[in-house]
Design a protein around this ligand. Structure first.
Ligand code: SAM
Length: 231
């Protein structure tokens, strides 16, 4: 008996952004697994699924802060036990499961433990796509390029990506660095047109120009789009 692990992207926050394929994968699964920061905390992906698929039972996989590898190992063990029992497992994750997602780490460990495991993904709408739509930002046209980067290493890591005027830059995980990022954009002449989306589709959301949010740090769930400046 072999089961299947499906990484299901649930979009950035608004339950209307779950695709029909995602809803079907969730409804057809024997078990739905969702990452969470604690056993008694409702994670973002779980909250989206609760709204989009009422009645579906969700099991939490705890990913404790600062214990990433132990959490991935524990989650992989849960998944492997399910696969060995022939179960269809849906692992729900924010945005797309192939972009900066915990799912990739869990899937890689499952692959090490069961080389023949069937692992699939269902794409999800990404945070920056929602931000582009909400802020009426054309991200790319003609032969322009896109760099998707994180600000985890600080705003200095953005300089290279900003140097090319025909390249749009999308920044993930930059909430705490927002004031410094705004300064970096201004010095590169890229502040005009740059937009910021925080907690999109979730309580407390903001979608504004970067210049209007630059006075203080933002939440972890914050995305910035810097459109090409060479248009
Ligand atoms: C762990 S990554 C997940 C990315 C996700 N897999 C995707 O495809 O969009 C988390 C980052 O995604 C962005 N993000 C995800 N959901 C968001 C939301 N609702 N509002 C703003 N940014 C969001 C933020 O940049 C956040 O730091």
């Amino acid at each position: 008996m072999t089961g299947t692990l499906v990484g299901v992207g649930v979009g950035p926050g608004d339950p209307e952004l779950l695709t029909q394929r995602a809803v079907r994968a969730i409804r057809e699964a024997d078990r739905v697994l969702a990452p969470s920061s604690a056993v008694d905390a409702v994670g973002r992906a779980e909250s989206i699924v609760r709204q989009a698929c009422p009645g579906v039972r969700i099991e939490r996989l705890v990913f404790a802060m600062g214990q990433a590898s132990g959490s991935v190992e524990d989650a992989a063990q849960v998944v492997v036990a399910g696969l060995d029992a022939g179960q269809q497992l849906a692992f729900v994750t924010l945005g797309d499961p192939n972009i900066y997602s915990t799912f990739s780490s869990v899937a890689a460990r499952v692959r090490e433990l069961r080389s023949d495991a069937v692992i699939e993904t269902v794409p999800g709408i990404m945070a920056f796509q929602e931000l582009a739509a909400r802020s009426a930002t054309v991200v790319l046209r003609d032969t322009e390029r896109l760099a998707l980067v994180t600000a985890l290493d600080g705003p200095d890591a953005l300089a290279g990506a900003l140097a090319d005027p025909d390249q749009a830059v999308v920044v993930y995980k930059g909430g705490r660095h927002l004031p410094a990022m705004a300064k970096a954009l201004a010095s590169a002449g890229r502040l005009d047109g740059a937009v910021f989306g925080e907690l999109m589709g979730l309580p407390g959301e903001r979608v504004v120009p970067v210049a209007e949010a630059a006075e203080g740090p933002a939440a972890y769930l914050a995305t910035v789009i810097v459109p090409p400046s060479g248009r």
